[in-house]
Design a protein around this ligand. Structure first.
Ligand SMILES: C[S@@+](CC[C@H](N)C(=O)[O-])C[C@H]1O[C@@H](n2cnc3c(N)ncnc32)[C@H](O)[C@@H]1O
Length: 254
């Protein structure tokens, strides 16, 4: 196995185990760095009371994110949304409510156990405008120029090939399409070694990009208006952040 595929397999095993625990509605949070042990910086606490009421309890309990991307993505009725690393489905189900029956929300995840959990949660929510698809965000199994908005919640830091993820996001977005992503981001002065010291790769810390690395990678892929805004600290000098950017152009259906 290459180093990249070893990292991917480690992440998959970690989240398969998390999905099985979550199916029993016990509480676990994979994105909690073990050295912090503070569940308050990840998961369901990042959603509002109103959102709690919109989706099944099981979907909320399955939240392993570091933000609330649907709160910042400014979704509109009729839009098509893609959630990268959709886990138990919380952000897909919230997006489906925002885009309404004329819109559609896809969740992409590489872990069978998470897909099973998300599909069960979608059935409980009686959501009809959603689909959970199996695949890796480094090779998104969707056609070019088909998505209005990409969201993701604490997943891109887990990728062993972030440039591939960012160029795939650019490919599947329609011209004028946008990103509204929550992720862990390191302050610029932290070295790769500093990040490893603050937490594990599968725990969403060691693989985090720095603020400037994120902006540079977005610009290199062709995105414009890139922005990284910190929301809360998740480890020393590392933050939950909202990442935004736009694919230039005007959609052909505008
Ligand atoms: C930290 S959890 C976040 C789940 C969900 N976004 C949430 O907020 O609860 C990470 C999820 O991303 C998935 N994942 C990790 N790496 C992936 C990859 N390269 N491609 C697709 N899914 C991936 C895992 O299977 C897991 O479900």
């Amino acid at each position: 196995m290459t180093e990249k595929s070893e990292i991917t397999e480690l992440v998959r095993e970690r989240y398969a185990a998390a999905a099985l625990q979550l199916s029993d509605v016990s509480s676990t949070s994979c994105c909690v760095p073990t050295d912090l042990g503070n569940g308050d910086v990840f998961g369901r606490v990042l959603y509002t009371q109103g959102e709690d009421d919109e989706i099944p309890e099981e979907a909320l309990l399955a939240s392993l994110g570091c933000g609330n991307p649907t709160a910042v993505a400014d979704l509109h009725p009729g839009e098509t949304v893609l959630d990268l690393g959709s886990g138990g489905g919380i952000d897909v189900l919230l997006s489906a409510r925002r885009v309404g029956p004329t819109g559609f929300a896809y969740g992409l995840d590489m872990t069978d156990e998470m897909l099973a959990l998300a599909r069960a949660n979608a059935a409980k929510a009686e959501a009809t405008n959603v689909e959970f698809i199996k695949g890796q965000m480094e090779a998104i199994p969707l056609a070019d120029d088909t998505i209005d908005v990409i969201i993701s919640n604490c997943v891109i830091n887990l990728s062993a090939d972030k440039n591939a993820v960012i160029s795939e996001m650019f490919r599947v977005l329609k011209p004028g399409g946008r990103l509204g992503i929550s992720d862990v981001v390191a302050e610029n002065h932290l070295s790769a070694e500093d990040r490893i010291q603050r937490g594990s790769y599968a725990g969403c810390i060691a693989g985090a990009l720095s603020n400037q690395e994120y902006l540079d990678a977005l610009a290199a892929a062709g995105f414009v208006d890139g922005a990284v805004n910190y929301t809360h600290e998740v480890a020393a000098e590392m933050h939950g952040a909202i990442v935004k950017a736009v694919k230039p152009g005007v959609p052909s259906d505008a």
